[in-house]
Design a protein around this ligand. Structure first.
Ligand SMILES: Cc1ncc(COP(=O)(O)O)c(C=O)c1O
Length: 457
């Protein structure tokens, strides 16, 4: 069946044009490029840690937000979360030393490829979640079991000399843990404080580095109350790197690299095109990261964008834009989507998470994760939605951990982005998804036949 419906894309996790601070960037750019003393420096190679102005501006913004002492030495400027994940892997992992990558599932689907490109294909393991985040006893058992089985293989492997595994600039970790603990992509879930503390303890026990993709932390809102600049404590849970810092040095880490890095980004604050982000961890870790060879050859990425962002961070315009435009817009979009889900999908048996953080009335990020409760796989439903309704959704198994698909399967779920489509199309899109599911229920035989004969399975 062909369709003349307008296309609605619920897969695209981009900010809609109204979420881009074009006017702020435009005037910041003009200011940066107006003064030769300043712009010459911005147009040349920069320092490896990145622009000091931006590091200080971020420390003064982010520090009070999380209740930690502002410290620019804990921050370096990056080319965004994706680019910096590669730098983290280059500096702090080694395919001959690091045994495994543990990925919270369902996972950010474009993250797996970055680990695979870095030599970890076939060594990614899914870590299951419940309503509070990682199931720690299961994870602990998995790590224990893995260590036991790995011991024999490890003894046969050529190991690096100790001074390469650990020196003043480098620490190779035995395990990597990749998570989006706040308003996760794709699940929308925020890991509780208790689970965060437990996870850092586990990382310390097994010599793991937690790579925490903190790209949605600043984009949270109360479900019903108006969005204000003052955020209640549940909208500011400590990051994993803050918890690691509060636990002090671990015995086997005298240089103080720590066990968690926050990988943050401006992509959802000022638009992805800036390709600028920041990492926060212990000063030693950050110095090591800034010494990534490709960074040393030219300095931190995105120097000119960093200068524009330094302007709008220092003068508070970006914080205001986030509080007065981005968060209220996302709150409204999320509410539109949830109201439509209640009207059109829950009566058909779908289920969804109302709050990001169990026990609190808050949400954040870009995504709603929905269990459809249908007898067909969501891959099939997504294919039929595209053909019959011209609606694009992310089917659940897009978000499995590559190479460990069987450990956590999501063929009953879909991810819906509420950040991209025009607000007036959100309800229409959800209504059309409901229509299709009702049609599938009414014409069960037809669709079962279609599923068995087409490659839409
Ligand atoms: C969890 C997560 N990490 C990283 C990114 C990409 O970040 P960046 O644009 O900074 O590379 C995204 C974008 O959707 C994301 O959802």
């Amino acid at each position: 069946m062909s369709t003349t419906h307008k296309q609605i894309n619920f897969l695209r996790g981009w900010p809609s044009p109204g979420l881009l601070p074009t006017h702020l960037l435009s005037s910041a750019c003009q200011r940066v490029l107006a003064n030769q003393d300043e712009y010459t420096e911005m147009q040349e190679y920069g320092s490896c840690h990145g622009l000091t102005r931006l590091r200080k501006g971020l420390a003064n913004w982010i520090g009070p937000h999380y209740g930690v002492t502002p410290d620019p030495e804990r921050i370096c400027i990056t080319g965004g979360a994706s680019q910096n994940l590669v730098c983290i892997l280059q500096c702090f992992s080694d395919v001959n030393y690091t045994r495994a990558v543990w990925v919270v599932a369902p996972c950010y689907h474009l993250g797996c490829g970055i680990f695979e490109d870095s030599g970890f294909a076939g060594r990614l393991h899914a870590v299951p979640e419940d309503d509070e985040g990682i199931d720690l006893p299961i994870f602990d058992r998995k790590l224990q079991e893995f260590e036991k089985q790995d011991k024999e293989k490890r003894d046969q492997k050529v190991m690096h000399p100790a001074d390469i595994v650990y020196n003043e600039y480098r620490k190779l970790y035995r395990h990597l843990i990749y998570t989006v603990p706040t308003c996760s992509n794709p699940s929308g879930l925020t890991m509780s404080l208790g689970r965060r503390e437990g996870l850092v303890k586990l990382a310390r026990k097994y010599d793991a580095l937690i790579i925490s993709d903190d790209v949605y932390d600043l984009l949270q809102w109360p479900l019903a109350a108006p969005v204000t600049q003052d955020r209640q404590a549940e909208l500011r849970l400590p990051r994993l790197c803050d918890i690691d810092l509060s636990m002090g040095l671990s015995d086997d880490d005298p240089h103080g690299f720590g066990h968690a890095v926050s990988n943050a980004s401006f992509s959802k604050l000022s638009g992805p095109s800036v390709r600028t982000g920041w990492a926060e961890a212990s000063p030693v870790f950050i110095s090591g990261l800034a010494r990534t060879a490709s960074t040393r050859s030219g300095g931190a990425p995105s120097q000119l964008c960093a200068a524009m962002l330094a302007e709008v961070v220092e003068n508070g315009q970006l914080q205001r834009f986030v509080d007065e435009t981005v968060r209220p817009t996302l709150q409204r979009r999320h509410r539109l989507m949830m109201d439509a889900i209640h009207t059109y999908l829950l009566p058909l048996g779908a289920r969804t998470r109302v709050s990001s953080l169990n026990g609190y009335e808050i949400f954040g990020g870009y995504f709603v994760w929905l269990e459809l409760g249908s007898e067909s796989s969501t891959k099939f439903i997504a294919d039929v939605l595209k053909t019959e309704e011209n609606i694009i959704v992310g089917h659940g198994n897009l978000f499995v951990v590559h190479g460990d698909e069987r450990s956590a399967i999501f063929d009953n779920s879909i991810r819906l982005s509420f950040s991209w489509e025009a607000e007036q199309d959100i309800e229409d899109g959800i209504r059309r998804i409901g229509q299709l599911i009702s049609r599938m229920n009414r014409n069960r035989e037809h669709y079962l036949q279609l599923a068995s004969t087409s490659n839409m399975s």
